[in-house]
Write a protein that binds this ligand. Sequence first.
Ligand SMILES: Cc1cc2nc3c(=O)[nH]c(=O)nc-3n(C[C@H](O)[C@H](O)[C@H](O)COP(=O)(O)O)c2cc1C
Length: 393
Amino acid sequence: MNAFASSLSGVKTPGSARPLQIGPLVVDPPVVLAPMAGVTNYPFRKICREFGAPLCVSEMVLASGVSRPNAETSMKTSFGEDEHPRSIQLYGVDPRTLSEATKRLVEDGKVDHIDLNFGCPMKKVTSKGGGAAICVKPKLLARLVRSVASSSQGVPVTAKFRAGIDASLSTFLDAGRACEAEGCVAVGLHARTAEMLYAGQADWSNIAELVNALSIPVLGNGDIFRGSDARKMMDQTGCAGVIIGRGCLGYPWLFREIESSLKGHDVPLNPTLGEVREVILRHVQLALEWSSTWTEEKYLIRSLRKVIKWYLTGYSIPSVVMGQLMSADSFTELSWYLHTLDDRQCPPSEGDRKPRTVKKEFYQKVKIPASYLLTRDDDQLPGKDAEGDASCG
Ligand SMILES: Cc1cc2nc3c(=O)[nH]c(=O)nc-3n(C[C@H](O)[C@H](O)[C@H](O)COP(=O)(O)O)c2cc1C
């Protein structure tokens, strides 16, 4: 089938994925590293970029923290000299605070893109009317988005949300329309409800519905673990691009796979253990340089233990060596133990692409304020306690 025929039938041929346009930003290939708390800091973003991820979103930052930065916020809002585009995820429940934070980030020249988080499913946040509960009230969502879009001085604003609260309360269509009307240049949909946390399967048909409902680009999110999944999601839903979360934890090679798959090229082989070792050491080295002013080497190395485990998932690692790696306190020790492993070891043929995360993989009962269902059509703000620390989505 030629390109014209395939565009008529809506069937995409390999290589048909177009660069994603987010306002003035061209994202090519159309792939975004998801904001992930405790994960998408500068060192990991740099690694992902080197593997071909063109847009890498920071960890979520509270708008109230941007206005009064403490050490943690300063760390979360720090970008590498070489990092462009600089993409930050913001969350807040007060338009004035959101607007101030946006102005500050833009005027300090810190960011090229702002993503808003309206997907947090955690009880302590939704029960106060924040996170995913904001999407229950589209006018409230619109008010918050407006406060950012009208202060961003041309810096493109996007929003990321979930499919809804639970199977009986879907919110993504109204949320998408509100974001589009208020100036978002694209939206991201994690196609799970808040009830699902990270369990079950993302319902990609929601992504297709949103694509049909909006004129702005929709980024599909949920359950992309190999290159072919990204192609499949784009083909099945018509989404303009994909957002990658758990699939790249310990496996930044996924971005290379996705690029090859979207271009219709052969997917590169899974990395040998020797290649994995080099990337682990590079990640740790970057993290050490990045954090040297606020943390000691031993604490940094300890904080990276879960990350090292993610990288080694699927490889056969003798338990003695894993024990040594998990008790190492310095780069030198880590490097020494990693060099005792067999460089040539390949992962099992398909590798192990199970979600590598500590996130909750069971359903929960979602709590939202009782008044929310009676007042879905107003834009009244929740209290400050709805801000919580909505650092997931
Ligand atoms: C460790 C972790 C931290 C996360 N933190 C955030 C966050 O701060 N903001 C956000 O919008 N989503 C957050 N998420 C959700 C992801 O961005 C993504 O929507 C979700 O993992 C689904 O995509 P996946 O199936 O590719 O993992 C987090 C997910 C994980 C696993």
